[in-house]
Each structure stands twice: as C-alpha cells, then as structure tokens.
Design a binder for this molecule. Sequence first.
Ligand SMILES: *Cc1c(COP(=O)(O)O)cnc(C)c1O
Length: 409
Amino acid sequence: MAWINENYLKLKAGYLFPEISRRVEKFSRENPDKKIIRMGIGDVTKPLVASVVRAFEEGVREMATAATFRGYGPEQGYAFLRELVAQWDYQSRGVQISADDIFISDGSKCDTGNILEIFGNQNKIGICDPVYPVYVDSAVMGGRTGAVQENGYFDGLYYLPCGEESHFLPKIPEQKLDLVFLCFPNNPTGQTATREYLTQWVDYARENDCILLYDAAYEAFIRDVEIPHSIFEIPGAKSVAMEFRSFSKTAGFTGTRCAFTVVPQELEARNSQGEKFPIRPLWSRRQTTKFNGVSYPVQKAAAAVYSTEGRKEVAEVIDYYLENARIMKASLLRMGFTVYGGKNAPYIWLKTLRGMKSWEFFDLLLKEAGVVGTPGAGFGPAGEGFFRLSAFAERESVEEGLLRISKIQ
Ligand SMILES: *Cc1c(COP(=O)(O)O)cnc(C)c1O
C-alpha cells in the first residue's frame, strides 16, 4: 500500500469556510423562512464588464477557425498581455518592470501556494497573523513546519502578530528571516501600507538577504494617491521582492481565472555553498514543468481590462464595492462598533461586541440577524475578537444586513 504525505494530517481539520457552511446550513434547516444575508464572502458578485466579455467572445471565435486557432501558448503567457501589464500596472507608475519579468498564471492562490517549491526547506518563513490561510497551509503541505501548537501556530514558522495595538501591521522583525509573506491591502484586516512602512520592509530585506513575497491582489481598491500599489514602487525592491497580482478581485475573474507573478531579473537567492542564483529561471522551470498556461480567450479577456473602455468599466465596479465598504463602515461606527479597514480595501475588520470570541459573535449575528460574516479567529490567533465583513455584495443586501445588525445592538 502507498504512503500518504503525512504533512496533510497536520492541517487543522475544521477549516474556516466548511465550518461556516456547516453552521449556516444547520441554522437554515432549523429556521427555513429566515433569509440569510451573506456579508462574509471573499468572492466578487458583479459580472464581467462588457469590454472583457466582448474580448472573451472574440477569443473563443478565433479558436473556432483553423487560421486563427491557437494551441499551447507561450510559456510565460502571451506577450500582448505581459506588455500591457508592464505598461499599465508598472511603467505608468514610474516602475521599471518589463514584460520579461511577468509570468501569467491561473491564479494568485496557486502562485502564492506554489512559490515555496523553488525555495529550500531551511528558509525561515515569516507569516502575518491574521493571514490569508494559503501561505500557511502550503508551507505545512510542503513539510516546512512541525506540528500545530495549542495556540494554532505551526512549529517552524515565524509569526508576525498584527493586532490592534500595532495597527494590524507586522512589526519589522528583530531576527533574520529569509522569506516573508506580506499582503497589502490586507485580507482579512483591510489595512493598507504606506510608502514609509514598505520602505522599512525593503530596507530590512536588503540588510538581511530576505525575499519579500508581496501579495497585491487588492491593489485596485487603492484610491488614496499616497499609498503604493506595488512593492516595486519602493526603491531597491527589485532585488528583494516578488509580487503576486490577480484579475480576480480587480476585474471579477474569480471564476474566469487569470493572474500574474512578477519576478525581477535581479532577484537572487543562494545554494548551501553560498553561491548566488537568480530566482527567475527556477520559477520559469517550475511553471513550464507543472503548468501549461492560461487559455487564449481568457488572456485576451484579461488584456481588455487595460483598454480605455475596460479601465473605465472596471473602475466603476471597484467604486461600487468601495461605496459598499464606506456605507458599512460609517453605519457600523454609528452603531458604536470599533471598525477598521473598509478604505482602499473591500474588507471591514470589526471588533466583536463586549469582548466576545469571534465564533460566539458569528453565532450571535447568525441567530439574531441572519447575517453571515467571517470569524477573525479563522485567519489566525491574533484575529480572535475580530470579525471580517466583505463589501463584495449587492447594495440592497448590504443595507438590509446593516439594518438587521443595528437591531441586535
Ligand atoms: C482573492 C485573493 C487572491 C487571488 O486569488 P486568485 O487565485 O487569483 O483568485 C490572492 N491573495 C489574496 C490574499 C486573496 O484574498
């Protein structure tokens, strides 16, 4: 009989979202006529915009004719898309990233989960708490950790607490870490990072030969001109960082699948003899061996996001979600809640009532208001006592949800 990868057994059994579904289903069974309002989902609700759909359809039609049919695409993604990304996401902000630095993929979840494969198991990995669970769970699956401790931390990872007292920003570590996952605007806290703060991280990384794994999945929600959209806006970052971006939240591609990872040519790491190697060929090797690209119509649809019309349409959708976030934050503040995030980000990070635990508050909100959110503790121990509400929803449902929450006060 074959053996399993026992690292999978270290993963916590009751994963966050299945547990939420279980409790919601039970509630619905017991209260069949109560309408549930979902304010906890990390998925978009608005459809693809018109210019994206048109490009998508055109791409499909091209696949239907021998003259324009395409099979396997170029390994890093079509040049037409990589060039648009380099131009609009980077060069237009004065950042020198070229099409060669860009690897098109089917998602940032996959990329942030797979990236550790190209790094040795001896790396000290810094993880924020609370955090997007993908970084932790893929480190566990890859055998980079010990067992889970009582407090929910895995042995062998270096946790960077992001609590209320530190404004949900990880402190620059005192010790030397080799790889650090950062995510701004943050999921789940909605916190953003200033230029000064990111500069401290880049300085830290340069002094400690550390690589920053920067997840910017929510950069499109940044409206404050002072806040950097990319880690590469910080001078010197190209030799110490890679960046993960996705069309999922930016342009509603969660079900369409397209993302990219930026790996600058200057980024290096060492072997056990201390010799330096560029990282990009390793990522290229990993992707070309285990991944075969994003479909042509999808890359064509993603390219349409950068057209004049596409940029306008996509910005309107983001504005809609940001307006939801603004309404939610203002309304919850009026009710007397302590509220964070919700600005330059689609997530509200709410302090529970009267010091309740996250799951207690989840049950209260479900029973008293029929509103479903996400317990902060599900993102890590430092999320205990907090609750994530998402602005990905229709306006009426946001308003109804808030009205119901106001009545449990
Ligand atoms: C949604 C999200 C992503 C995007 O994942 P895709 O696989 O591209 O859909 C990446 N990082 C974070 C933190 C997210 O919340």
